[in-house]
Design a protein around this ligand. Sequence first.
Ligand code: NAP
Length: 250
Amino acid sequence: MRFVNQVVLVTGGGSGIGRAAALAFAAEGAAVAVAGRSPEPLAHTVKLVESAGGTASPVVADVTREDDVAAMVDSVVTRHGGLHVAFNNAGTFVPGGVADLAADEWSRALSVNLTGTWLSMKHEIAHMRAHGGGTIVNTASNLGAHARLPGIAAYVTSKAAVSALTRNAALEHIADGIRINAVSPGPVDTPMSLRPGETPADRAARLRTALPIGRVATLDEVTSAVLWLASPESGFTVGHDLVLDGGATA
Ligand code: NAP
């Protein structure tokens, strides 16, 4: 129960890693606000948290829009009385190599993955530094700062930039009592790690040889790292980008 009396904001909380993290934070006592653009999946996450005995609320927000992000942070503080932890996890996978990407697809990847993370931190930090600090974990990827993969130029660029932004933000704000880190997963057990037309069984067969560990990461393996970075157990960890990739970049 590391998050009793803590308010945690999870962006991208309506699905995948974000939903699993919301459930994990709530199971350890946090009041959790889940944010995303679509109300229905957020409502489902809230229902799952409440069914497990936890406290949660939905916030509809597009992290690429500063007005939305400012309102998201305000509404979390109003609804739950504070903001102690933020997991900036909203993201999108955009395929396309350097010579093939349309300009609007390039912009969409940078806008959601990088600008969305920056805007979220900007408004979370504004609250946290005026209220005694907090912790922030951003979702980057092993594809970016740690490994490249042909054919997804905008995605790897946006995620490498999330890693750099995380380290810079950490330096800028540790003196404010705000500890900022990132996780960089390899393929995780969500639809995002399926290649076009691939089934989970196809993915399992591909990863048996393509990854040293031979499988995708479970949601628990990712969320346990996120909760550790968000908790006092990682108190001396600042500006770290924790790679969870089954040995892909070992
Ligand atoms: P996911 O289920 O597609 O989750 C992405 C979430 O982001 C969705 O809930 C989506 O909700 C939200 N989102 C997208 N655009 C948004 C926007 N403009 N504003 C607010 N929310 C937005 O995929 P996932 O696998 O859980 O991925 C979560 C994060 O992990 C992403 O940052 C991804 O890049 C990263 N990651 C995933 C893997 C993997 O293998 N799965 C590996 C490395 C890193 P709405 O569409 O309703 O807004």
